[in-house]
Design a protein around this ligand. Structure first.
Ligand code: COA
Length: 153
């Protein structure tokens, strides 16, 4: 048997001390990243802010708001060095489990039409487009629409 044990990823609450590592990922994977203030506000507001860790390495995180039977997934990101290894799918599954545990029956999110990886991930989980918000996101030139996707939990 191999002496090297594969580490299982762990879901852990995000705390203020995580924000440097969170921002390093955020700034690397988005053209228009959230700011430190956006994350600090989410923590202060009591949103569901969770990290995904392999040992001491923070490899991803999500921020989710659940209220009145609905959950809104505001951010879900994986460090680029860890893409295409199943972490995004595993973390989305955790976000849906957290939402369900808080009494949500449906989960919503916005994604850029140009975000092929994000769209493919959400489609794989059965998310369907329910609306398109015109000019929702800042873009390099002008604005980009958002697709609003939802899925029954
Ligand atoms: C979207 C994201 C979370 C996917 O993370 P990941 O760990 O690479 O995802 P997984 O390895 O679990 O892949 C799950 C599925 O997502 C889809 N997917 C992921 N990356 C993809 C890519 N580059 N192109 C096409 N489909 C992709 C596939 O359907 C994949 O399933 P498969 O591997 O069986 O084909 C990651 O690319 C990321 O953090 N991107 C930047 C932030 C972001 O866009 N977040 C979501 C938008 S709100």
């Amino acid at each position: 048997m191999s002496a090297v044990l594969k580490q299982a990823p762990q879901l852990m609450p995000m705390v203020t001390a995580d924000l440097d590592a969170v921002l390093a990922i955020e700034q690397a994977v988005y053209t228009h990243p959230w700011t430190r203030g956006n994350f600090a506000d989410s923590l202060r507001a009591g949103y569901q802010c969770w990290t995904w860790r392999l040992g001491s390495e923070l490899v991803g995180y999500f921020v989710l708001l659940a209220a009145a039977g609905e959950a809104h997934l505001l951010n879900l990101s994986i460090a680029e060095s860890r893409w295409r290894r199943g972490h995004g799918a595993a973390l989305l599954r955790e976000a849906m489990r957290v939402a369900l545990g808080l009494g949500a029956t449906d989960i919503f999110l916005e994604v850029r039409p140009s975000n092929l990886a994000g769209k493919a991930l959400y489609e794989r989980f059965g998310f369907k487009k329910i609306a398109q918000r015109r000019g929702y996101y800042p873009a390099h030139q002008g604005r980009e629409d958002a697709l609003v996707l939802s899925c029954r939990l």
